[in-house]
Design a protein around this ligand. Structure first.
Ligand code: PEP
Ligand code: CO
Length: 449
């Protein structure tokens, strides 16, 4: 007889990209401690997100999932969280104004600490060490001790995630997202740029609308949505001992929820039908993202979706397509044809970051703004041609003025990368590039109307 699912049945499957903890007794102790820690999200909020995601699969909403590639202990700073939140809010306003549909905001935040790496070892000046796997697992410093996986780092990551989520809740519900303050949303270093002035023009138009609505008796006192927003959190469900410790039964419904995030996703490297990550995620009631790269076999992908969502629940699956600007036209139509035939109501989202990573001449891991934009453009074009709805975007970005991705109106060049390259993993769009990209996506969304 088939064993009934529980948060630990994944242990009987092959779990890729897991650290090899040397001290199992200590690992067990940490897991036991984590099982008693308070949830970061509530099941009712997760259900709300699912309802909102239904809109993105039906063409009545647009998903904006954005934030860090990898959060880090060193870069933990309330101002950084505030600035990232603020830029995500600006992006959401730009997209919503153009599309006329609500934008569902999900941060890659408050738990995005574990990273799958393309190589298990890193080599520097002839010395080889185990790769850095994210602050939740080991440390980035290039020495033997730092690279040993330490289970206690999971607790530190949880504590940081809890503080981050606490601040995000305060921003979302405490007046920071009030549309009547939109004139102040531009960050100082963005103000003087073209993106800053474009946003100012948009903010003026929105303020005018708000004044008119106020005259009609509709304002932030009468309508909650004008002064607060829902802001959800997400991360890759990669490190399974952490994820399973936070998977609990919801007392009102009796269903299992991962209470460390509203939504989790399965990475491109762990999306194996018979693997541990699918086994783990299939028992969750949370919405699940699935990264879909060029290596995805359409038939296997359909089976993965059916395993994760056997009852074809709407708002449950987000397919996060990351093919690369050169390959998307070739691979995406095949995937769309297979998935749509099954009528599974997925949300189609575009991650134009992960398959457009390159090494710059000066040796930095970077992404070219042009390739990012081209992948987004193709994503919209393919969906339009096939009659399906391009329902979301997934970005690695920050509210800081970093120089990690090449190009954009600021014309960041290879030479500039060294000046403010702070990411712990992949290169992120900075605040100006994020706003610039949003205006460009807004123009595609307008076209859909
Ligand atoms: C990520 O989103 O940080 C990531 C590693 O993506 P992917 O699984 O698509 O490579
Ligand atoms: Co990344």
């Amino acid at each position: 007889m088939k064993e009934k699912w529980n948060p630990y049945t994944w242990q009987k499957k092959v779990a890729l990209h897991q650290p090899d903890y040397q001290n199992k007794v200590e690992l067990d102790k940490v897991v036991k401690r984590m099982k008693k820690l308070p949830p970061l999200v509530f099941a009712g909020e997760v259900r709300d997100l699912k309802k909102e995601l239904c809109k993105c699969s039906e063409g009545k909403g647009f998903l904006l999932q954005a934030g860090d590639c990898a959060e880090s202990f060193a870069e933990f700073n309330p101002n950084y969280i505030r600035d990232t939140f603020r830029v995500i809010m600006q992006m959401a306003v730009i997209l919503s104004f153009a599309s006329g549909v609500p934008v569902i905001k999900i941060g890659r935040l408050a738990g995005q600490f574990a990273k799958p790496r393309s190589s298990p070892v890193e080599e520097k000046n002839g010395k080889k060490l185990p790769s850095y796997l994210g602050d939740m697992i080991n440390a980035i410093e290039f020495n033997e001790k730092s690279r040993i996986p330490d289970p206690l780092r999971m607790i530190q990551a949880y504590n940081q995630a809890a503080s981050t989520q606490n601040l995000l809740r305060a921003f979302a519900y405490g007046g920071y997202a009030d549309l009547s303050t939109i004139q102040n949303w531009n960050l100082d270093f963005v103000k003087k740029s073209k993106q800053g002035s474009d946003f100012k023009l948009l903010a003026n138009r929105i303020s005018e609308c708000l004044n008119f609505m106020d005259a009609c008796g509709i304002n932030n006192k009468s309508v909650r949505q004008l002064s607060e927003t829902n802001f959800f959190i997400s991360h890759e469900a990669l490190l399974l001992p952490y994820e399973s410790a936070f998977t609990r039964v919801d007392s009102t419904t009796g269903s299992w929820y991962n209470v460390s995030a509203h939504m989790v996703w399965i990475g491109d490297r762990t999306r194996k039908l018979n693997g541990a990550h699918i086994e783990f995620c299939k028992g969750l009631s949370n919405p699940i993202g699935i990264k879909v790269g060029p290596s995805a076999d359409p038939d296997e992908l359909v089976k993965v979706i059916e395993t994760l969502n056997p009852f074809k629940e709407n708002g449950k699956i987000v397919l996060i397509v990351r093919m690369g600007s050169n390959d998307i036209d070739k691979f995406l139509p095949r995937i769309i044809t297979k998935v749509e035939k099954k009528k599974i109501n997925v949300v189609w989202s575009c991650d134009p970051m992960h398959a457009n990573t390159e090494k710059s001449k000066s040796g930095y891991k970077t992404r070219n703004f042009r390739n990012i934009l081209n992948e987004v453009k193709s994503f919209f074009k393919v969906h339009k041609k096939m009659g399906t709805y391009a329902g979301g975007i997934h970005l690695e970005m920050t509210g800081q003025n970093v120089t990690e991705c090449i190009g954009g109106l600021q014309k960041i060049s290879d030479k500039d990368l060294s000046s403010r390259y702070h990411t712990h993993c992949d290169p992120r769009l900075n605040a100006s590039q994020s706003i610039e990209l949003s205006f460009l996506i807004a123009s595609y969304l307008k076209n859909l109307k």
